[in-house]
Design a protein around this ligand. Structure first.
Ligand code: TRP
Length: 332
């Protein structure tokens, strides 16, 4: 008989702060979709994390549901994976309190994102911003996650989750699984279209720097047409050609072609032609995502039923871990 090897558990989350960009899609969500066949996956809209910076309530509510619809539209299959909204699973907040008491002030003070964000939001250095990584540790540890796909900026948070888990296990025995960060290597960091030395970001003041997943076709094509390149007029992946390299990365991800293939395809052709091809291809690529998103947003009852089913599934798993923690600590 064939031995059944249990699948690894993978969890990741995304904050519902505004629009999702092509960068988020290529850098994160696309990999989430691929992971669904290899692991038991959980994907979460991290709205509790979002309130560590000021939010407008109506917008937060809207963005949370949209973000949920968008990950489904991007290919997260609610039958295969557990997709849910963080605030709908109260175990996250509950475990978070307990773990607060097993994290040290000193180690939390060293978190680079906290230091960056305190600088950026100097008027609102709230304690939630400080304990943000502990909530994230709760997200991860509740589901016994083995793997946590994240961007480089979140690696330190996964490591602190691991440290906290290890410490807790040292006192109470085997309660938590030690998670590992997974940082996708396949060159999929997408840069700003107006400054290709910076990461593509939805918070870019210049909207020409990013492409939103839901952006309309003409606007996508126009932004790529206008993107900053160089004066060499050679489509090649090389040092000092950040703009072209970025467009080549995008084109490569979207078409599956290698850089060598792309160089051949545009040999002797100008940037105008290359940019049109990239623009058209990206627009075609995002078309079905947009369509599925619009369908979901038109059927709120169905969308909300997906949310509550996801939250229920998540809660069933999370509740087991939390109960064990409560028993170990002496709270139950
Ligand atoms: N902090 C992550 C980010 O901003 C989002 C997140 C919240 C997350 N909880 C998580 C990612 C748990 C991975 C696992 O990108």
């Amino acid at each position: 008989m064939e031995e059944i090897i249990p699948k690894k558990i993978s969890l990741s989350g995304i904050q519902p702060t505004g629009i999702m960009t092509l960068g988020n899609y290529i850098g994160a969500v696309r990999n989430w979709v691929k992971f669904q066949d290899e692991c038991d996956c959980l994907y979460m809209i991290a709205n509790l994390h979002a309130i560590t910076v000021k939010q407008n309530p109506a917008e937060l509510r809207k963005h949370t549901l949209e973000a949920f619809a968008l990950i489904i539209a991007c290919g997260i299959d609610p039958q295969k994976s557990v997709a849910f909204i963080q605030s709908q699973v109260p175990e996250h907040s509950e475990l978070s309190w307990v773990l607060n008491c097993y994290a040290q002030f000193g180690e939390m003070s060293r978190m680079t994102q906290f230091k960056d964000k305190s600088r950026k939001h100097a008027d609102n250095i709230n304690v939630g911003l400080f304990t943000y990584p502990i909530l994230m540790a709760s997200d991860i540890l509740l589901y016994k996650s083995d793997i946590v796909p994240v961007g480089v900026d979140q690696k330190q948070h996964v490591e602190i989750a691991r440290d906290i888990a290890n410490r807790f296990n040292g006192i109470y025995g085997d309660v938590f699984t030690l998670p590992e960060p997974y940082i996708p290597k396949d060159g999929a960091k997408i840069m700003s279209l107006v400054d290709p030395t910076k990461k593509m970001s939805k918070s870019d003041e210049n909207p020409n720097g990013f492409i939103a997943i839901l952006e309309d076709r003409d606007s996508i094509i126009r932004k790529i047409k206008r993107s900053v390149t160089d004066s060499e007029a050679i489509v090649a992946y090389r040092e000092n050609k950040d703009g072209i390299n970025n467009l080549m990365t995008i084109y490569s991800v979207v078409t599956g072609k290698s850089y060598a293939d792309i160089e051949k395809e545009f040999d002797g052709k100008g940037y105008g032609e290359f940019k049109s091809a990239v623009g058209e291809t990206v627009a075609d690529y995002l078309e079905p995502v947009k369509e599925r998103f619009n369908q979901l947003m038109c059927d709120k009852a169905y969308l909300e039923s997906l949310c509550s089913q996801g939250a229920e599934k998540a809660s069933r798993i999370a509740r087991k871990t939390l109960s064990k923690v409560y028993r170990k600590v002496g709270l139950a």
